[in-house]
Every structure is written in C-alpha cells, then in structure tokens.
Design a protein. Structure first.
Length: 440
C-alpha cells in the first residue's frame, strides 16, 4: 500500500483477496480435529476464528455501512466475540468446514460487489480498512496459534533461498544510541488514510535524553540470564512477575529445551532446532523482559521513547529532537524485504544485525518487524480520546495491558507503522514478542 496516499476500490479489493488467501493458507492443511484444537485460554478454535473474521467483515461493511440483512441468521450468536464467552466457543454448533468456507466466500463476494458499485469516500474506506486489517491481525494470531499447538510450520510463501541468505544474516548488533531530549509529537497525524482510535491524535510529549539499544535482546544475551539462574532469583522480579513465575514454574523462555550436553534448542512449530544465538529472543512476556532488565542493570523503554527512537530525527546540532516525524524508521517509503522482516517472507526471525538499510535516523535497527517489542507503558488513551465505531477495540482494555511496538516477522507490511500500538496482558508468552532495553 502506498504510504499516506488514498487507495482505489480495485486496490482495496486486491488487498481483501490477498488477506483471504493468507487466512486460507494458514488453515487449509489442518485436519478437522486440528481446526478445533484443545480448549486453552490463549487460543480460539480455528474453525470458529475464521468464521468470526468473515462475520466481522459482514457486520461492519455490509450490515453497518451497507444496511444489508445478515447472511446467516445465527451469525451474531456464533461469532460475536463480545457476546460469546471464550470458553464456550468449543461448544457452539459451528458450521462444518465446508459451510464455513462457503460463508466466507459469500461475504467476500458481496464486499467486492459493493466496492464496484459505490463511491469510495473516506468514511466508506474506513470500514473496508477496518475489515481487512482485522483479518490481517487474526492471520498473525493463526500463525502463533500453530506454534502454541505444535502444528506444522504454516505453508506461507518465503523469500528464495539466495535472497533469504542475504537478508537474514548479520550477526549481533551491540551498543546503544543516544537520543536527545525535547518535545515530540506522540501518536498519529490525520493525513494517514487509516489509524486506529488508540493512535489518535499526535500530541506533545516531553522526552528526556536517554540511551536505547541499537537492537533487541538476542537469544544469546537472554541465555546468559537463564544460565545465571535469573528465573530463580527473587530480586530480579517485581511482585506480580514473581507470582506469575512461581505459578508457571518458569525457568526459561517458552519453547526452550536443553538437550544432553547443555545445548539449548527451541521448538519451532513441530520441530526442535538449535537456538539461533543472534536472533531476538521471542515468546517472552512482559514479566520476563522486565526481570532480564533488572538482572542486566537496564530498563524497558516507555512507548514515547520507543516512538522517538523509531520515528524521530535529530536537530541539525543533534542537541534536541527535530520537529519532523517519519512514518517508518527508514523514512516514507513503504516496507520491503530490504528494510524490514515482515509478511512472513522469511518464515521466522532473523539476525538482529541484518537489514541495516532499515535503521532509524538515530541508528536503531529492526524497530519495525522481526519481533514485537514490549514497552514499560500501560495501555491507555491519548488526550481527547474518542472511540471509533468499533468501540470494543481499545477502550475495554485500557489500564490492563502493556503496550508493544513495531510488529513482527508475521505482521503484514500494510498494517504496521511507527505509531501502531499493540497491547497484551503482561503474562502472554505465546505472542511473537521480544524487547530492547534502555540504559537506566
């Protein structure tokens, strides 16, 4: 998608088709039993979730905006996540796989027909963006659900081996960059075609000078914390984190396994592979990230610090943050495999030292893509917050989640930007998250 420009109906239809192709690729190889899966608090039955994605599109584009009647009379009772308790989703009288796929196709056909028949004004565009970006976010959830459940690696298109080798290696990247203080506009600006309500709107934030790591914490760096018994040292954990650690009996990151001889391996889907030393640590929660920081004498950045490091530029004398703000760390050009690990092109994480062309103005690398990065900020509204029509997206979660920034290797490039705010409870280890640190 072009940076900040408007988009045509034909382009929106193409994006919708692309998102649906990704959804189907993530579930098409699974058995009916795998589509239901076990009852876990961090996942949904995939058969329910793919139906929910299409129901959401029907609700907002066809029913809310287009004033059409429901395609399924039982759709709200089956797929409305605000009305259907999570634990009950395995017990619903869900349509069969074929019936679900047919419903999904019906919804997509109707939306494409609508795109060809109406005037695409900004309000209409909002609901189409909402529908397709919602599917993109669920596609990322399908990706980590397959990891959670130990299913095979998803059959997604990857870069050719030659291109992959050139863009995924790079080794470690140590050291900090210095960010000068100043007043920075935190949040999104109205000239972006679509933003979520929690990004609205850019407002002044006073930033004190700070130092932030050039790259996220690597597996090798985090392994030193594990080997030093960091998970068992009470002084490394805050009270909530220690309570979580004891309950989870965690002694190392999720999916890590130590083999005979002491070598660490990590489960990737249904296979064990040697731990990639220079990849960012992934599948760690906020408590684990914060404990590592205490052990290392570091701290997590606030989301304002993170956004300055990603999108800010220094003044000519480098004594303060300039007034300009970048859409992406590298500038205004949309993401590509040369600057960011997105779109599942590589099938997973890459070395933190790779993709030098994607550095921010201050010299931070991979601030978009590879792994989501935990911040020290509790998710909350920006000044003057007003919920968008999809009121359940942000407001119900204020005060209960921690903010993550930057996207991961499975995030769609059309979705991410420097101002994007993701949010999870601090105990979530299943999501594709790591972190970078700041000097205290």
């Amino acid at each position: 998608m072009r940076g900040r420009s408007e988009i045509t109906a034909a382009e929106l239809a193409k994006i919708l088709i692309d998102a649906r192709a990704r959804t189907l690729a993530l579930v098409s190889d699974l058995t009916d039993e795998q589509l239901m899966g076990p009852r876990l608090p961090t996942v949904n039955p995939l058969l329910w979730e793919i139906g929910h994605v299409s129901w959401f599109q029907e609700k907002w584009v066809l029913r809310h905006r287009g004033k059409e009647k429901p395609i399924r009379g039982d759709g709200d009772a089956l797929y409305d996540s605000g009305r259907v308790p999570h634990d009950s989703r395995w017990d619903l009288p869900l349509p069969s796989r074929n019936e679900t796929l047919a419903y999904m196709q019906q919804v997509m056909n109707r939306i494409i027909e609508r795109l060809g028949a109406i005037e695409l004004d900004r309000e209409e565009m909002y609901f189409h963006y909402l529908a397709v970006f919602h599917e993109d976010m669920h596609d990322e959830a399908f990706t980590y659900t397959r990891q959670t459940l130990g299913y095979p690696r998803p059959p997604l298109t990857a870069l050719p081996e030659g291109a992959r080798d050139g863009q995924t290696s790079g080794g470690p990247l140590s050291g900090d960059v210095e960010i000068p203080g100043g007043t920075f506009l935190l949040g999104a600006t109205p000239d972006i075609p679509f933003v979520f309500d929690n990004e609205k709107w850019a407002h002044p934030a006073v930033i004190r000078p700070f130092r932030i790591a050039r790259a996220p914490v690597t597996n090798l760096e985090f392994a030193a914390f594990v080997e030093d018994k960091g998970y068992l040292r009470r002084e490394c954990w805050n009270d909530e984190g220690w309570s979580w650690r004891e309950q989870a009996r965690a002694e190392h990151p999720l999916y890590w396994h130590r083999e005979a001889g002491g070598r660490w391996y990590r489960r990737r889907y249904d296979e064990l592979a040697p731990l990639e030393e220079h990849h960012p640590v992934i599948h760690v929660n906020w408590y684990e990230a914060e404990a590592y920081c205490r052990w290392a004498g570091r701290r997590l950045p606030t989301e304002a610090e993170w956004e300055v490091a990603a999108s800010g530029e220094p003044s000519p004398d480098r004594r303060t943050v300039a007034g300009r703000k970048r859409t992406f760390p590298w500038g205004e050009d949309p993401p590509s495999p040369a600057v960011a690990n997105l779109d599942a092109h590589t099938g997973g994480c890459i070395d933190v030292g790779a993709l030098a062309a994607g550095e921010s103005a201050f010299g931070c690398r991979q601030m978009v893509g590879n792994v989501w990065e935990w911040t020290n900020t509790t998710f909350g509204p920006y000044p003057g917050f007003v919920p968008d029509p999809y009121k359940e997206y942000s407001e119900p979660w204020f005060g209960t989640r921690r903010v993550l920034r930057g996207g991961c290797w499975a995030t769609r490039s059309r979705l991410i930007r420097n101002t994007w705010r993701n949010f999870y409870t601090p105990d979530r280890r299943d999501v594709l998250a790591g972190f970078r640190t700041c000097a205290p």
